[in-house]
Design a protein around this ligand. Structure first.
Ligand SMILES: NC(=O)c1ccc[n+]([C@@H]2O[C@H](COP(=O)([O-])OP(=O)(O)OC[C@H]3O[C@@H](n4cnc5c(N)ncnc54)[C@H](O)[C@@H]3O)[C@@H](O)[C@H]2O)c1
Ligand SMILES: O=C(O)[C@H](O)[C@H](O)COP(=O)(O)O
Length: 387
């Protein structure tokens, strides 16, 4: 069996190695010729899987995308060809939830205020939106949810987008990119909605770049320096609008979901599904894939203040490093472009490819000195709070 897998998908050899030969490919530039004799195709969000890509293939038995988003997959075409498809819903939700939460703690520190006491509006209350809400609620922050498409029997309370933008001090976006229907999310935050943001709003986008009209964002931000931005996703990736980057407080190249745990879960979910399609037992385990964090436990002498909570978060994952590297990467790209007078946008993808350092809160055990009020740290996701 020939398995074609995106070179940026970790743990493929460990999980699929017994099934056949594996060829690692650049998902962004994959061609019909390369896919021609594949039996299994494993992709990430940068590969458009459609009739054109599969036009030369007659063998394909399975397509898997190790992602939550599916806007890059023509699922109707795959269904019409009888090719089983699966994505990995929820695989990196914890990573995105923690990323957004840490970003909010960073902004609070930077602007000499506290996250606690603010109202956070979450647009899209699915896996990633709920993961952010879980962190915020564990920490005691008020959350407003907006999701017009949520199941009718969902017991949570929801508000309209208008009510959310009126009340929320912080808005975090967690919707899929959709282009049709009254609830389409393409340019959900258009110029008008951006102008209507209340003073000093923090706006975070960790879903898809085109959910915000990026050109309009540049325009509005020029007149509204009070708005603070965290952008992990960009219209036109891997070529973000360069004028936008300096206007953003924390800027990263679509890596909010890139914890080692999230990536491992994504590949593992595809492995489980393929084994089911093949009628075989999935007898490998995911936990054996993950390395230990460089230091596995921290002792707390007292319940952490917000400042200390940020320090703990940075211990697991320091978002500022990715922000700094991203800005440098884009500057380097520009220098190469100017010197060689050629298009060069490799930096965005290269930084994603090399992104292998991030862990989730669960990788760190907190050891306390017997304090009673520690459950919220467990609820945040840290493991093993106790003596
Ligand atoms: N930056 C990253 O690394 C990263 C990682 C994971 C996911 N994502 C993106 O985030 C998106 C959301 O992920 P998820 O796991 O939460 O998906 P999900 O399907 O679990 O949840 C999405 C939620 O958005 C809601 N929704 C749809 N249209 C809406 C609208 N117009 N207004 C408000 N809510 C709406 C849906 O009803 C659903 O509950 C994915 O589709 C993907 O594109 C990005
Ligand atoms: O949709 C998703 O799951 C995320 O956007 C995912 O993190 C994208 O990562 P990629 O597949 O591009 O590596």
């Amino acid at each position: 069996m020939k398995i074609l897998a995106d070179e940026n998908m970790p743990y493929v050899e460990q999980l699929f190695g017994d099934l056949g030969t594996i060829e690692a490919v650049n998902g962004r530039t994959l061609t019909p010729q390369q896919v021609k004799d594949a039996d299994v195709l494993l992709v990430r969000s940068v590969t458009k899987v459609n009739q054109a890509l599969l036009s030369l293939n007659t063998n394909l038995k399975f397509v898997g995308s190790a992602t939550i988003g599916t806007d890059h997959i023509d699922q109707s075409y795959l269904a019409s060809q009888g090719i089983p498809f699966t994505n990995a819903p929820g695989c990196n939700a914890t990573a995105v939830g923690e990323f957004a939460f840490i970003a909010m703690l960073e902004l609070a520190k930077r602007f000499d205020t506290e996250l606690k006491g603010k109202v956070v509006g979450i647009v899209g209350a699915g896996n990633t939106g709920s993961a952010v809400a879980k962190c915020l609620e564990a920490y005691g922050v008020e959350v407003l949810l907006n999701d017009p498409l949520i199941e009718a029997d969902d017991p949570r309370e929801f508000v309209s987008l208008e009510a959310l933008t009126e009340r929320a001090d912080v808005i975090s976006l967690h919707v899929p990119l959709t282009r049709d229907g009254i609830n389409k999310t393409w340019y959900l935050f258009d110029e008008q909605r951006l102008q209507n943001l209340k003073p000093d709003t923090w706006l975070l986008n960790c879903c898809r770049g085109e959910v915000i009209d990026n050109r309009a964002l540049i325009k509005v931000k020029a007149l509204r320096p009070d708005i603070k931005l965290v952008l992990d996703v960009w219209e036109g990736e891997p070529d973000p609008m360069l004028e936008l980057v300096p206007l953003v407080e924390l800027a990263t190249p679509h890596i909010a979901g890139y914890s080692l745990e999230g990536k491992a879960r994504g590949t593992f979910m595809l492995y489980q599904k393929l084994m089911a399609v093949l009628g075989m037992d999935a007898d490998k385990s995911m936990t054996s894939l993950l390395p230990a964090l460089w230091s596995q436990q921290v002792s707390l002498d007292e319940i952490p203040s917000e400042k200390a909570l940020l320090q703990l978060s940075r211990f697991v994952y320091d978002l500022r490093d990715d922000d700094e590297l991203f800005r440098q990467t884009l500057l380097d790209d520009c220098a190469i472009k100017a010197r060689e007078n050629s298009a060069n946008n490799n930096g965005f993808d290269l930084m994603r490819k090399n992104h292998k350092h991030r862990r989730e809160f669960s990788a760190l055990k907190l050891v306390t000195a017997g304090q009673s009020d520690v459950d919220w740290l467990l609820n945040l996701g840290f493991s093993g709070v106790g003596r």
